[in-house]
Design a binder for this molecule. Structure first.
Ligand code: ATP
Length: 373
């Protein structure tokens, strides 16, 4: 099921202040979500992810804008008529019911022609349980299950109504690190198997990047960029997106365009032909730094660190506004980190510049013209 969100806006009356003061949780949110894909909805706390999901499910009604499922305008439809399956962070299972009865619950509640026969219900509940691999736990009560198993029951319960759309709101937050990794893979496989259009809300960029077909990066209620995770990482449309994605994070510098070149401090880092002169913001990904005596940017090294497969050189630069620069370098390339200064060659496709006021991306003449909003 394709989903179109057209200029979706949700204003809440402010909780703290009296009178007509509003929080704009979702602001002119305008995206098209293709059929059968897994979409990661990503952004910092409070940026409106849950509200956007609640608008899609029908739990909230928009202040402005429309929601389409396929060609149908569902903006005014109640949640039960939208064919959505919902899974929240707290599994919200019924403690007194067995796993089987928890999964059956949404079917038992159907009325009239929509209500399947007892045999069909049982068949569908078992099929949903099989999909999330809990068919051996059907007789247990929720308190006899691990967190990961409870979350799978919640997913089976969302799947049993054979929804057109599956909405997952931070479904892995209550799981420990290893189980999170495992469960996110399972969610991915499940989505590939069922091909249900799935929207997955998270503030964890690794989670979103690793399993999503497409990610939507949100800030202050607005969609900043939508695209394949790698494309968004490699071609951010603004400084916020560049900074939000990537571990270690991108390093940001005060920079300037003059004499047809990009300068960080006194060093000319690259050409900038055809771009207006003046102050800009430059941002460089950690893997863009290569120690090289002929390099164009000089940093003051602090120390070398090895973490698993990665070797990092930590360094400083007076124009860097994000603190310590954490580079990821090839461990075979010699680099004297005890020296006062170390030169780096910068991989140009990992260096971005942004307007110093608007923080929008400025493209070099030879940059690819990508970066869909
Ligand atoms: P988190 O990752 O912390 O869950 P989020 O990105 O899901 O955050 P939302 O829960 O959608 O963000 O909240 C967006 C904004 O709207 C926040 O400023 C929040 O305080 C506000 N908000 C959410 N629900 C309501 C409500 N019912 N009444 C008033 N304000 C609300």
């Amino acid at each position: 099921m394709k989903i179109v969100l057209s200029h979706l806006t949700k204003k809440f009356k402010s909780r703290e202040k009296k009178g007509k003061v509003y929080t704009i949780a979702v602001n002119d949110f305008d995206v098209e979500i293709p059929d059968g894909k897994l979409i990661g909805l990503l952004g910092p706390s409070g940026c409106g992810k849950s509200t956007a999901l609640n608008l899609i499910s029908g739990l909230e009604t928009p202040t402005e804008g429309k929601i389409f499922f396929g060609d149908e305008d569902v903006t005014k439809l109640p949640p039960e008529k939208r064919g959505v399956g919902l899974v929240f962070q707290n599994y919200a299972l019924y403690p007194h019911l067995t796993v089987l009865d928890n999964i059956l619950f949404p079917l038992e509640n159907l009325k009239g022609a929509e209500r399947p026969t007892k045999e069909e219900m049982l068949e569908r509940a078992k099929e949903a349980a099989r999909l999330v691999q809990i068919e051996r736990l059907l007789d247990r009560k929720p308190n006899q299950l691990s967190g990961g198993q409870q979350q799978r029951v919640a997913i089976a319960r969302a799947l049993v109504k054979q929804p057109n759309v599956l909405l997952l709101d931070e479904p892995l937050s209550n799981l420990d690190a290893r189980l999170r990794l495992e469960t996110r893979e399972e969610i991915r496989q499940l989505q590939v198997k069922t091909k249900v259009t799935t929207i997955f809300v998270t503030h964890d960029q690794d989670e979103a990047m690793s399993i999503s077909d497409l990610i939507i990066v949100m800030k202050e209620g607005r969609a900043q960029q939508i695209g394949k995770p790698q494309d968004v990482y490699e071609d951010p449309v603004n400084l916020f997106v560049a900074k939000f994605l990537g571990t270690p994070p991108i390093s940001v510098f005060d920079a300037e365009i003059r004499n047809g070149g990009l300068y960080i401090g006194t060093e000319r880092v690259r050409d900038a032909k055809g771009l207006p002169e003046g102050k800009v913001i430059a941002a460089i990904r950690p893997e863009a730094f290569e120690p090289d005596p002929e390099g164009t940017l000089t940093l003051r090294p602090i120390r070398k660190e090895t973490m698993g497969r990665d070797t990092s050189i930590l360094a400083e630069h007076p124009a860097c506004v994000t603190g310590t620069i954490r580079t990821i370098v090839d461990s075979d390339v010699p680099a004297d980190t005890d020296a006062e200064a170390l030169k780096f060659r910068i991989r140009m496709n990992k260096l971005f510049i942004f307007n110093a006021e608007t923080e929008e991306r400025i493209r070099f003449r030879d940059d690819p013209q990508g970066g869909r909003r």
